[in-house]
Design a protein around this ligand. Structure first.
Ligand SMILES: Nc1ccn([C@@H]2O[C@H](COP(=O)(O)O)[C@@H](O)[C@H]2O)c(=O)n1
Ligand code: CDI
Length: 160
């Protein structure tokens, strides 16, 4: 086996009423949604940061500034594709990704297969190499009050 590295990513976005909610590239039916410069997909942003961190390539805001109109409203699946190109240029391939979404509602479990499919397609990896999990915050804090959504991700990358 060649050189391997691990990475870690975190993201948080505010939830606003009557706003689209995109998570893992899936549009969720919900009364509120994540707000940001892009489509505010916290799961994909955490995954992008884990991958960039593993490759020591700074972070998502360094590559895709939230003051740059090119990224306004953009699908974070496109950002993930860009991140993959950056990793490839440095000779890295993804081993696996694990992630956790912290969200009070709606339930994420029914959407996980579609999220995995979207991420696998954008990152060019097997669905089996992507794990997505979810937890509520047991009604506590800003997540519990449904004011925000958080995601964490870890990954392993290997030299090809
Ligand atoms: N937004 C969410 C939150 C949780 N889940 C699933 O429910 C299980 C129980 O959640 P607790 O926070 O009460 O431990 C959790 O393990 C997930 O499987 C979900 O789908 N969507
Ligand atoms: C994705 C970017 C760029 O559009 O903006 P946001 O959608 O606001 O997301 P965030 O995780 O706050 O910052 C990263 C930015 O690069």
């Amino acid at each position: 086996m060649g050189k391997i590295r691990v990475g870690f990513g975190f993201d948080v976005h505010q939830l606003k009423d009557q706003h689209p909610f995109i998570l893992g590239g899936v549009k969720l039916e919900h009364h509120s949604g994540a707000y940001g410069h892009s489509d505010a997909d916290v799961l994909l942003h955490a995954i992008c940061d884990a991958l960039l961190g593993a490759a020591n390539l700074r972070d998502i805001g360094f590559h895709f500034s939230n003051t740059d109109n090119r990224w306004k409203g953009i699908s974070s699946l496109v950002l993930l594709q860009h991140v993959l190109e950056l990793l490839k240029e440095k000779g890295w391939a993804i081993g696996n990704i694990d992630s956790m979404i912290c969200l009070e509602a709606p339930k994420i479990n029914p959407h996980i297969p579609e999220m995995k499919k979207n991420i696998a397609a954008a990152a060019g990896i097997d669905e089996d190499d992507i794990s997505i999990k979810a937890t509520t915050n047991e009604t506590m804090g800003f997540i519990g009050r449904q004011e925000g959504v958080v995601a964490y991700a870890t990954c392993l990358i290997e030299r090809v």
